[in-house]
Each structure stands twice: as structure tokens, then as C-alpha cells.
Design a protein around this ligand. Sequence first.
Ligand code: F3S
Length: 385
Amino acid sequence: MLAGRDGHASQKAMEILVALGRIYGAKRLVRVSSVQVSGVSYKNLGDAGLEFLDELAKDGRSRVKTTLNPAGMSLTDWRTQGIDSHFAEKQLEVVDAYRRLGVEISCTCTPYLAGNEPRFGEHIAWGESSAVAYANSVLGARTNREGGPSALAASLTGRTPLYGLHLPRNRVPTHTVDVEAQLRSSEDFSSMGYFVGKSVKDGIPRFRGIRKAGLEDLKTLSAALASSGGVAMFHIAGLTPESALGGKKTEELTFTPRDLAETEANLNDRGTPDFVSVGCPHCSLGELKTLARLLKGRKVRKEFWVCCSREVKRKGDAAGYSRLILGSGAKFATDTCMVVAPIEEMGYKVVATNSAKACHYMRNSGLRVRFMPLEKCVEEATRSR
Ligand code: F3S
């Protein structure tokens, strides 16, 4: 491949991987079973990113199952989302380039809920930071936190350099976090992740004192740890599959009730929300069920986006949840989310959401945020302005 015998795109891709491998001292490449490509929104890619993809798509082809992160808009309902037509045209060109590369146009940050669920011990190359943390920590698959180009290079070659979290010795905890606060909701897991991510940066925290954690708790914890810090893996004593790994002396931290209250308070700006969104990371079927129960027979009075994959929405359709959600006037934002869609350019100023990760990135886009539990998000969306 490096000599160009398989074409231009795989040569370029292999050059990227070899350079990365040299930087990180990898002894060899390893085959990957799946790839998740981030860097899909035209908001982040711009024209330079689009040209890079077009160039690769001339003769490049994915060699392994490859799924895509959310784009900057719904690929089918972008008009009702209020997306500008120039942006939409460019976004569709980006998606078309990925399609020509053989990438599945899944457009979700929860590929593990939409048909791309790696098994324990499998080597993968994923880019979406929340999915990376979830795959390593909850599923026990092995991936570094790939950038857009290196994930795509892994897709076009079926390989990645063997370093970092692909090696068991690098998966041991660096920090021990004693959880003293009561975690009563997924939002509390999100706050804890946001607090701990700031302290441990790209370390591997091992939480002690958590008796149970559901899919939604782990999904939002993964996202928050990876947004305020660079966490790509965590353990929960007695709950996650590699939590018995050890051997290194760890730094000790506590997460107290006061830390929980302060983190929540710090994620709240002033102002009345004019936009409400849930589903960061993309909603599970369980969350659609809860939303359907909360929204049944009610009307939303503000723009309210429920972000999820098309796959989960299809399951929600079959279970009857989507009908109740849509009946309230809420909108499904499949293929996209409140962070990668250009909502600040659509005139919204204050966003209510139940995700610390979403608060973090929306603030970076100049929006004000209000962090609240899912139930409160529904209250906020259904009450008069
Ligand atoms: Fe997913 Fe968007 Fe959040 S990509 S993790 S919903 S910022």
C-alpha cells in the first residue's frame, strides 16, 4: 500500500498511519474490525476538509465496516430545521464523498446502538470521543482517540498502528476517584464526568463507590469525561469489564456532594432558554420511551430537538414512541445534534440541555446554556415563553 500498488488513496492513508506509528513508537500495525469516522459537519470541516475527502474518494474504498459521526444537519429534514441552503449543499457534498468512499451514512455518535458494536478485545479505530470512551471502557474494545484523517486512513487500509490503548499495559488506571456524592440520575453521571475530566485530563480514572450504572449513565459519563478532559477510557470498580486491571500507583481524588452541586451550578448561564435539546450522546431507545411518556398529550412551545440515530428512531417508530414525541411538536434531529448543527447562526441564544458535554461545546460556539435533567428539559420546552 505504501508503495502505491493499491492506488493513491490507500497510499496516502498508509503514509498517515506510518507517520503516526513512528511518532508513537508502534512496532507494527494491527488489523481493525471497525472504524467510526468523526469530522463530518461542514461547520468543522470547511472547504479544505471537503477537498481532502473528494481527493481520497477518487480511488479510495473502505476495507472494514465504517460508520459516520453526526453531520451538521438532518440529511432529509434540513429544511424544517431551518438550515441555510448553502450550508446544506456543502454538507450533502461531504456526505456524498463519504458515500463514495464506502462509509455507512449512519451519522450517529452512538454507533454501538446502531449496528456497530465491537466485542471485547477487538481492535477498532474510532474517532468520536464519547464513543471511544464507551467502547474502551464499557465494551472492552481497544481504540485510541482517532482524529478524522487517522480514522479514515484506518478505514481505507483496515489497519491502525499498535500503540496506546491497543496495548493492555496502557489500559490500567492512573487515578482513583472515590465517589461520595449520590448519583441519582444520568445527569449526575454527566456532571461527575465533567468534573473528573477536568482533573485527570487524558488519564484513566477508576471510580469507586458506584453500585450501579445503566446504559444511559455510562453513555453520558463517557461523553462528559471526554469533553472537559481528554479521557479515552475509564473503569468503574466491579462494573466495567477491565476494572480489575491495576499495577500503577494512582493519584487519589474524591467527588463529593459539593462538587456535584458546584459543577451543576457552573453549567448554568443566565437567560430563558429559546431552544431545548436532548440526546447528547444520541438518545437510546430507553430515552425515547421516557420522552414519549413525558410528552404524551402535551405541546412544546419552543424549538425542541430530540437527537438520535435513524436506527434508534426506527425502533422508536415501531414501539410507538416517535408518534407521541412528534405529536407534541418536538422534532427528531436524526443525523445531527445541537452541537454540530449551526444553531447559533439560526438566531438561538440560550439552550437548555441535559448534557454537560453539549453545554461545554455550545458555550464555545457563543451560546448560553442551561443544564438540567431530561424531565426539566421537557418542562422547559412545554412552558410558555
Ligand atoms: Fe454526539 Fe453531538 Fe454530543 S456528536 S456526543 S450529540 S456533541
